[in-house]
Ligand binder design. Structure first.
Ligand code: SF4
Ligand code: SF4
Ligand code: FES
Length: 323
C-alpha cells in the first residue's frame, strides 16, 4: 500500500558568502508522509533538487547534536522533528541556521564561540595534587551525589540553548546556558576540588548576565534545563561569597525588598545594588522615570496579603522545601 503524503512547502535560508551579498530564502515543495523528519526532507531536497544546499548532520538519531537548526523560528533537532505538526501549525516550514553564530554557508554556522565558552568553564575535574585520586581504584559516588547532576550528562552539545539565548545575543561575555549547565555539573561533583574557585570566578565572568527567561530550557531537546542549573549556581555563588558582586547584590536586595513589603522599592534596590556612586550615575535615568511615573516617589507600603508572602519566604528559608 502506498503511504499517504502531504504537500510540504519549505522556505530554506540560503547564503553563500562567496557569491551572495545578502541572504535569501529558496522555496521547495515536495510530497512527503507527515512523519518524515525534517532532516530526511532536506537530504531529499539536496539529493534530488539542489545539491548545493549546505547543512550539518551525522547520527540521524537525535544523539550527536549536529543537525540543530531553526524550524519555524524554534531551535530544533532536524532529525527528530517531523514535518506533519509543523505544516499543520504554520502551513509551511521555514528552515534557518542557528542564531547567535555566524553563518558559514546556508544552514552551517561557525561553532567556535559556543565551544570557546565551553572551554572557558574548565570542563574537567580539577584535582588537588596533594589529594590524588586513589590509583587503580574506583572513586565511587553515592546515588544522592549522582542525583544532583543527573540532567547534565544528557547534554548532546547541540547549541539549541545557545541559539535561543537573548543574553548571548546581547553580550558576547556571557558564557551561554550549556557552558553554565556544565559548570554546575563540576561544581556539585564531590570529586572536583575546584568548586569554590569555580563559583568565585563565574560570579564576575558572566553568571549574572543571565536574564532568567528560561528560553534555553524551552529549546533544549534533552531536558537538561540549563536555566534551572544557572539558578542553582547563583544560589551557590551567594552562599559562598554573599551579595558582593553587582548581580548577587541585586538578587539579595530584590529578595530583601519583597520580604519587607511584598513590593519592590526601586530606589532602595538601586542603592542596594549599585551603592551611592551607582545612584549618582543613574540619576538622569531616575529623573526621567519620576517624570513619567510619579507614584515611585510615594512612601512604600505593605501590600495586602503579606501573610502569604511571608509563608513563601518561610518555605524558601527551609532548604528542604526549595523548588
Ligand atoms: S535563562 Fe538565561 S541562559 Fe537561559 S536563555 Fe534566558 S538568558 Fe539565556
Ligand atoms: S543544554 Fe540542551 S540545548 Fe543546550 S547544548 Fe545541551 S542538549 Fe543542547
Ligand atoms: S543528526 Fe545527530 S542529532 Fe540530528
Amino acid at each position: 500500500m502506498t503511504e499517504a503524503t502531504v504537500p510540504a512547502t519549505f522556505d530554506i535560508y540560503r547564503f553563500d558568502p562567496g557569491h551572495d551579498r545578502v541572504p535569501r530564502y529558496q522555496r521547495f515543495t515536495l510530497d512527503l508522509p507527515p512523519h518524515t523528519p525534517i532532516l530526511t526532507a532536506l537530504l531529499k531536497i539536496r539529493a534530488e533538487l539542489d545539491p548545493s544546499l549546505a547543512l550539518r548532520y551525522s547520527c540521524r538519531s537525535a544523539i550527536c547534536g549536529s543537525c540543530a537548526m531553526q524550524v519555524n523560528s524554534k531551535s530544533r533537532l532536524a532529525c527528530e522533528t517531523p514535518i506533519g505538526p509543523e505544516l499543520a501549525r504554520d502551513g509551511r516550514i521555514v528552515i534557518e541556521p542557528m542564531r547567535n553564530q555566524a553563518v558559514l554557508r546556508d544552514l552551517v554556522v561557525e561553532q567556535e564561540p559556543f565551544w570557546r565558552n565551553y572551554d572557558r568553564i574548565r570542563p574537567h575535574l580539577i584535582l588537588d595534587p596533594r589529594h590524588p585520586m586513589p590509583e587503580g581504584r574506583e572513586n565511587p559516588m553515592t546515588t544522592e551525589e549522582v542525583e544532583r547532576f543527573k540532567e547534565t550528562p544528557r547534554c548532546i552539545a547541540c547549541a539549541a540553548c545557545f541559539s535561543a539565548c537573548p543574553a548571548v545575543e546581547a553580550d558576547p561575555a556571557f558564557p551561554g546556558p550549556m557552558a553554565l549547565a556544565k559548570l554546575y555539573r563540576f561544581v556539585v561533583d564531590p570529586r572536583d576540588q575546584g568548586h569554590q574557585d569555580r563559583l568565585l570566578r563565574i560570579q564576575t565572568d558572566g553568571l549574572w548576565l543571565c536574564l532568567r527567561c528560561h528560553l534555553c530550557t524551552e529549546a533544549c531537546p534533552k531536558d537538561v534545563r540549563p536555566s534551572e542549573r544557572i539558578r542553582d549556581l547563583k544560589e551557590m555563588a551567594i552562599a559562598v561569597q554573599g551579595g558582593t558582586e553587582h548581580g548577587s547584590k541585586h538578587a539579595v536586595g530584590f529578595k530583601e525588598n519583597l520580604r519587607d513589603r511584598g513590593l519592590l522599592n526601586e530606589m532602595k534596590l538601586v542603592r542596594q545594588t549599585s551603592g551611592a556612586v551607582g545612584v549618582l550615575e543613574q540619576l538622569p535615568q531616575g529623573i526621567h522615570i519620576v517624570r513619567k511615573k510619579r507614584e515611585v516617589l510615594r512612601a512604600p507600603h505593605r501590600i495586602e496579603g503579606m501573610d502569604e508572602v511571608e509563608k513563601i519566604y518561610e518555605a524558601l528559608d527551609r532548604p528542604e522545601e526549595k523548588p
